[in-house]
Design a protein around this ligand. Structure first.
Ligand SMILES: [Zn+2]
Ligand SMILES: [Zn+2]
Length: 213
């Protein structure tokens, strides 16, 4: 498995391309590209590595994670899959953007088949199990590849921090409970890829994340 991390837009949001080295199939997580240059960065990476995107996945639907959705839809033909509880955020993308002092006028495609924690997402030989961890947003999902010992957590958990819970639908206690019950039980060496900032491990966060002690 190869994970390519891009950091896009005003919010330094991490977009990930996760690919199976053998089949070259790829998933695009959280398309955050905000302009031509960032669109090209994503597309060049896919082309240069001979990757075939098979789906777009969203950990959640905050505006910084969906700015590149129209481009991915136009270019590769798929809209993102996400949890239904975040649909109201998606419908209010333009308002979300205004709230953060930016403009987002593009039309978003209808979401593809929704995801719940009963689903798995596959890509070549990779299988991602899904954990629903609300509290940062109502529909926040984490995607765990058990064999590779990797989890993509969106804005649920960060290196040394946790997601903010002061946005609509946020709930700090629910977030902390979810992290402890669903993420901190994973093997310590599990690599954690977050929606912002550098990667970490479950063990690191268990030991030193001030919000989780
Ligand atoms: Zn977020
Ligand atoms: Zn974010």
């Amino acid at each position: 498995m190869t994970i390519q991390q891009f950091t896009f837009n005003f919010f330094a949001e991490n977009t990930y391309v996760v690919s199976d080295d053998e089949t070259k199939e790829a998933l695009i997580f959280d398309s955050g590209m905000m302009n031509e240059k960032e669109n090209r960065q994503l597309s060049d990476y896919l082309t240069q590595n001979g990757l075939k995107p098979v789906a777009a996945i969203n950990t959640h639907l905050h505006v910084d994670h969906i700015l590149g959705v129209p481009y991915v839809h136009e270019t590769y033909g798929f809209a993102p899959r996400a949890h239904v509880a975040d649909i109201p955020l998606y419908q209010r993308a333009a308002q979300q953007a205004t709230m953060f002092g930016m403009e987002f006028k593009e039309e978003l495609p209808a979401l593809a088949a929704p995801l719940t924690d009963a689903d798995v997402v596959t890509c070549g030989h990779l299988t991602f199990h899904i954990y629903h961890v609300p509290g940062h947003s109502p529909g926040s999902l984490c995607f765990h590849e058990k064999n590779e010992k990797v989890i993509l957590v969106g804005d649920v958990l960060f290196n040394g921090s946790v997601g903010r819970s002061d946005l609509p639908g946020g709930d700090h206690d629910q977030l902390i409970r979810g992290i402890k019950e669903k993420l901190l039980i994973l093997p310590d060496e599990t690599l954690v890829y977050s929606g912002h900032g550098p990667a970490t491990t479950i063990g690191n966060e268990k030991r030193s994340n001030p919000f989780l002690q």
